[in-house]
Design a protein around this ligand. Structure first.
Ligand SMILES: Cc1ncc(COP(=O)(O)O)c(C=O)c1O
Length: 454
């Protein structure tokens, strides 16, 4: 074994985010106003977001400078390490080389604060005093609570009911950083009350929690809405991951043939992949693989269509792969991957065949997670374990074909608050949920009558 960790100095933290929209062969379709069917403008978004983020959402600049104040907070955990997974390679008996970028070293334990800090900063600078948001697994909610505490904003988190029950310590973390948290659907909003009336036992979903957080922000002048994934500006902020990884792969004297990440709304995947897609568009050969759950197979089995980002249809219409805005995914343990849609930038890149996608069953995910923990030591978040499984599948296929690949994946977070999920796996209680076609057909009826992307 040679060098295991590839580390950058604090002075090497990238000072700009990378905007893939500047280089894409086809720009994503515009986001539409559901009332008029016209592209949304800054005025439509101003009640929810600060102007700087609205500007980043539509920016065509290839690079956006990272404010000094944001860099100062990034220094608490960035640059994050890049590892060569020698022990995993040995256990898998693969001829391929496997590298991973580890985002779990941030205080909340995932990639999410890369954008949380930036969003809190711009909101504060434009005079907002409070943010509302949704959270699935609790990683995003804790990242935003952390960022708001450091920047000096109030924060209200609507946490998907199933995760709220499964992950009491994520709740405690969010409260430790001073945010208010409720289970979603909640009685604090009109849409929450309406859903509870109809489905009192619902496990909740990210789509529902987004509706509640948007309603909260739209109803108060002091409050902005903050989204942890999907939007262009969120993916932009995450590209610090891939830029660091490019420099670290160079330190390792290697370049990836395959770049892999798990996809919920798409932010950690984009964060690692987009700077490599820049290289791919410039002519390098790279296979870029997005990994998702079979229980919520947005990219592999969803339709590319205009759909609402939330269940109660409060958001604009987003051009994306979708399973339908009222689709409630089965309560699998990768809570952060239970979202009916995906980032429009990723959808467009899938349409343009610059990214491909695969879907996996949760028992296979946990087998790979345990194999990773047993060799590399880190206990991965169930979401991140999709990327581990993807990497092992790519290595296996290469071995079978007699090939040798250099594989890089994003380990988006640790699983220290997911141990109940591991317990279920060890006691054989984990259910494999593969979605049947009839349920997809039913859920997609929700988008009948909405505009279709040209
Ligand atoms: C550790 C981790 N990885 C991945 C995700 C999925 O989100 P995204 O696709 O935006 O990276 C989440 C979401 O909560 C997460 O907590």
């Amino acid at each position: 074994m040679e060098q295991t960790k590839f580390l950058l100095d604090e002075s090497q933290i990238p000072r700009r985010w990378y905007n893939v929209a500047a280089d894409m062969p086809n720009a994503p379709r515009p986001v539409l106003h559901p009332g008029t069917g016209e592209p949304v403008g800054p005025d439509d978004l101003a009640p929810l977001f600060p102007m700087e983020l609205i500007g980043q959402e539509v920016s065509e600049e290839a690079e956006v400078a990272i404010p000094e104040e944001v860099l100062d907070i990034y220094r608490l955990w960035r640059p994050t390490p890049l590892y060569r997974a020698y022990r995993l390679e040995q256990a898998a008996a693969t001829r391929s080389r496997i590298f991973y970028k580890y985002e779990g070293v941030s205080p909340p334990g995932s990639h999410k604060p890369n954008t949380a800090v930036a969003q809190a900063f711009y909101n504060k600078r434009e005079g907002r005093t409070r943010l509302s948001t949704e959270t699935g697994a609790g990683q995003w909610g804790s990242a935003l609570a952390f960022a708001c505490k450091l920047i000096g904003l109030e924060c209200k988190v609507y946490m998907v009911r199933i995760s709220y029950d499964q992950k009491p310590f994520r709740r405690s973390m969010i409260e430790t950083w001073g945010a208010e948290i409720v289970a979603s659907p909640s009685t604090d909003t009109q849409c929450g009350r309406a859903i509870l009336d109809e489905f009192p036992d619902t496990p909740g979903s990210l789509g529902i929690a987004i509706s509640e957080a948007v309603e909260d922000a739209a109803g108060r002048d002091d409050t902005s809405y903050s989204l942890g994934s999907v939007l262009n500006h969120v993916l932009l902020h995450q590209t610090i991951i891939g830029q660091e990884a490019l420099a670290q792969m160079e330190l390792a004297g290697a370049f990836p043939d395959v770049v892999i990440g798990c996809v919920g709304g798409g932010s950690n995947f984009a964060g690692l992949a987009f700077p490599f897609i820049r290289e791919k568009i410039a002519g390098r050969e790279i296979d870029v693989l997005a990994c998702e759950p079979e229980a919520c197979p947005t990219l592999t089995r969803g339709l590319y269509a205009y759909d609402f980002g939330d269940t109660s249809k409060l958001t604009p219409l987003v051009p994306m792969h979708t399973l339908g805005h009222d689709f409630v995914p089965a309560p699998i343990h990768a809570g952060g991957l239970r979202y009916h849609g995906v980032a429009p930038l990723i959808s467009q890149l899938v349409n343009d065949e610059l990214i491909r996608a695969e879907a996996y069953l949760q028992s296979d995910i946990f087998a790979s997670a345990v194999r990773f923990a047993s060799t590399e030591g880190i206990i991965p978040a169930p979401e991140s374990a999709h990327a581990i499984h993807g990497a092992l599948e790519v290595a296996r296929a290469a071995d079978e074909a007699g090939e040798e690949r250099t594989i890089l994946f994003n380990l988006s977070g640790h699983g220290h608050f997911d141990m109940a999920a591991y317990d279920n796996y060890f006691s054989g209680k984990l259910e494999d949920v593969a979605l049947d076609e009839a349920e997809i057909d039913r859920a997609l009826r929700a988008i009948d009558g909405l505009p279709t992307p040209a």
